[in-house]
Design a protein around this ligand. Sequence first.
Ligand code: NAD
Ligand code: MG
Length: 386
Amino acid sequence: MTRKLAILGATGSIGKSTLDLVERNPDRFEVTALTASTNVEALAELARRTGARLAVVADEGRYNELAGLLAGTDCRAAAGEAALIEAATGDAELVMAAIVGCAGLKPAMAAVDAGRTVALANKEALVTAGALMTGAAARSGATLLPVDSEHNAIFQCLAGSNREHVSKIILTASGGPFRATSADGIAAATPAQAVAHPKWSMGAKISVDSATLMNKGLELIEAHYLFGLPSSQLDVVIHPQSVIHSLVEFVDGSVLAQLGNPDMRIPIAYALAWPERMPTPAQRLDLAAIGRLDFEAPDLQRFPALRLAREALEAGGAAPTVLNAANEIAVASFLAGAIRFPQIAAVVHEALNGADYDAPNSIGDVLEIDRVTREKTRSMMQASCA
Ligand code: NAD
Ligand code: MG
């Protein structure tokens, strides 16, 4: 059976891995739509290769260029927010939501509201609007399939089990590039060092989040919304080999885990083929060659971002939205060389301290909290750098 698939964020790391699987399984998928932020050359090339019918560039200023590149093909060019939403709904049955950041929220929500099956990589959408998104899925009948490797692992471990029998979820974290670096070394970290992840090859933003451990914090919040457990039943353990992707403990003391080599094509394939499975070219796990698996507790002194995220999860209301928005701005500033590595967590801390919003009741509320937090965070950073 061929499934109609839209890929939001097709030019990114997750988008490319998704397309790799699609091209290896041409009978399983028909690509309906592809989207990108600004890179019209890459987008047009992918649209030609996959035979997509719609290609959307988020930046409206690039529309003419995209239309020119697609002239003479069956693929329609479009640009802007309404077109992103069209790509996320339209005739797609399955939507890969792989835009990075809160920018992906509206298209992902549109797919959920339309009752589509949504393979969700865009964790920021869930962090910033988790309750609204899961509530909308319950109303529309949309299925949310986690693509993030940890949540995908948990989803696999939970298959066929009664949720009331779950006592704890344990998220594994590689520890990132600075796991064994002193506090002084971390303070001097450059963007190039921060994006050089030891185990995973990913986009720049999530790589920095992995270096601060904010990524694991965002994943705690993501797990809370996806699996309905409170903070007290969500643990984090550092596991440098990234072979165990997460674990579920049940009330009888049994613990189930999902293992595999760190290759995002494994969780992506699980989401794309669900409830079936499909082959991937991922290297097979050779435990004897790996030899040992190590574990340690996260160090919240050197990695305060993880503590901040847990506090935001426990505070609830608007706190996760503020955490996410301030982090996006701080990470972008760090990547641009405007702030130092430890300031990322410091900026997020200050944004959370200064926030006083009612819990968002709509996506409009979320986007307004996001906008104001970004503005306040930018001026806070300008004031402290001046
Ligand atoms: P990336 O930076 O490589 O790609 C991001 C994609 O989003 C690109 O196609 C880009 O064009 C598009 N995009 C960026 N800004 C946009 C905007 N304002 N409007 C519309 N489109 C925009 O990122 P990635 O590593 O592929 O990550 C994508 C999402 O998946 C993130 O939320 C990330 O946290 C999550 N994720 C990624 C990985 C991974 O291995 N890369 C693993 C787990 C979760
Ligand atoms: Mg992850």
